[in-house]
Ligand binder design. Structure first.
Ligand code: DGY
Length: 426
């Protein structure tokens, strides 16, 4: 491929997946708007259509509930090709949405969009749009501070594996065991009619996903009750790091807009996170891991999310050195970093969703964090591996870390967006 070819192909994917104001991750497998997908997609659009980039996030925030909650899927138009659709969620909202959220990347993306507009002299043109987005992002983060940090640990307690974005990570296996799947009933999956089932979660995992949806629905999607009673309540290392980073970006935006009270409120959440996040350090494996709040047990798995501490702006010599040692060990075992599960783990599977494959968006966050924390060599390895996967194989949902094979959906929006955001050196 000539150097410009992937660029043109990536733009074409975003345009083809644009449904008018929002972008579907992949038209067959995921035919609606997904929350964190859109946050990354906006970064891709920003490279050739700034207007459209802002619209992507504005459209997402149009689906925000009155309590600040921002759903993980917005079902703007019906599509029978996806399960579970609106009737299963039963949230009764307009627009129709799911009842769980997703990793809060949007504030970080909005800061990026704002800085890129300012850098090219267009800041004033976008200030009013930033002013309009800011209170919505703040309301969402406030919702996290209450409904996903019920015990004020300074962490994000996920109520559903889908909420973490890392659906079938082995981190959820043991915490998922108490979920009663006996009343789930019959259902027909659509994902495995689009994709090889070897790339997807198992039937038991799907039963658990649906049992949790049914529980949420039985509460009328009362997020306070869910926080207190849900059978799955895991402090997710990925979401906790991502929210800490997003709060730093939100505080910067508050300062930019002269909103001192709001900046103070966000600073309070950052302080709480910095005090509490050490609970996710696992001394036995010497790494950042998710921890079950119901049992207090660490997952003990080193995953790609473990490496997001740099992106979160955390630094400490002992833990950083341990994470760098894990990085070097894993980098020596694979052709392409960063596998979603440590390849030394017996459960590693190179094409099964979040049990091995490399995800471009996670790599983008890991690489960004490493670069910001003064580790250019490892940052370059992550970036170069990610771009090489796309050059060789196109824009897949994920890739095998062993041989680079694409896995999941092809022509994937957020992968194309990461190419655009990262290929020219940002
Ligand atoms: C799916 O359906 O696989 C999604 O990841 C849920 O968000």
């Amino acid at each position: 491929m000539s150097p410009n070819e992937p660029d043109a192909a990536a733009r074409a994917i975003l345009k083809a997946n644009d449904r008018g104001g929002y972008t579907v991750p992949n038209g067959r497998v995921y035919p609606f708007q997904w929350n964190w997908d859109s946050a990354f997609v906006a970064l891709g659009f920003d490279r050739f259509d700034r207007e459209r980039a802002w619209t992507e996030i504005e459209t997402l925030l149009r689906a925000q509930w009155d309590d600040g909650f921002l759903p993980h899927i917005v079902f703007w138009k019906d599509d029978p090709g996806y399960f579970p659709g609106p009737s299963v969620w039963g949230t009764g909202k307009q627009p129709v949405t799911s009842g769980i959220t997703q990793p809060p990347v949007a504030a970080t993306s909005v800061r990026k969009l704002w800085e890129s507009a300012k850098a090219t002299g267009e800041g004033e043109r976008y200030r009013a749009r930033l002013e309009a987005l800011f209170p919505k992002l703040l309301a969402w983060h406030r919702w996290f501070a209450t409904c996903r940090d019920f015990e004020q640990r300074g962490l994000v307690v996920a109520m559903h594996p889908w909420e973490t974005g890392r659906d079938n990570s082995p981190e959820w296996d043991v915490p998922g065991e108490p979920i009663d799947v006996s009343k789930v009933g019959d259902y027909v999956r659509r994902d495995t009619s689009h994709l090889d089932s070897k790339m997807r979660p198992t039937k038991l995992e799907y039963d658990r996903y649906l049992a949790l949806v049914q529980f949420g629905r039985s509460t009328g999607w009362d997020h306070a009750r869910i926080a207190a009673e849900n059978p799955f309540r895991v402090a997710d290392v990925g979401m906790s790091m991502i929210l800490l980073r997003a709060n730093r970006d939100l505080a910067a935006l508050a300062n930019e807009l002269g909103k001192c009270d709001e900046a103070g409120e966000v600073r309070g959440w950052i302080d709480r996170a910095e005090r509490g996040i050490g609970w996710l350090w696992d001394e036995d494996v010497n790494a950042w891991c998710s921890r079950d709040t119901l049992t207090g047990r660490s997952s003990g798995f080193v995953t790609s999310a473990s490496f997001l501490s740099f992106y979160a702006g955390l630094s400490g010599p002992r833990r950083d050195a341990a994470m760098r040692a894990h990085f070097d060990r894993i980098a020596g075992m694979v052709e392409f970093v960063m596998p979603s599960l440590d390849p030394a783990d017996p459960g590693f599977q190179m094409i099964r969703y979040w049990r091995g494959p490399v995800w471009a968006v996670v790599n983008y966050m890991i690489g960004t964090g490493l670069a910001e924390m003064g580790d250019p060599d490892r940052a370059n390895r992550v970036r170069e591996d990610t771009l090489e996967l796309m050059r060789r194989n196109g824009f897949y949902e994920a890739y095998s870390p062993i041989d680079g094979t694409g896995s999941g959906g092809d022509d994937f929006s957020w992968t194309a967006a990461i190419w655009l955001a990262w290929a020219d050196g940002d």
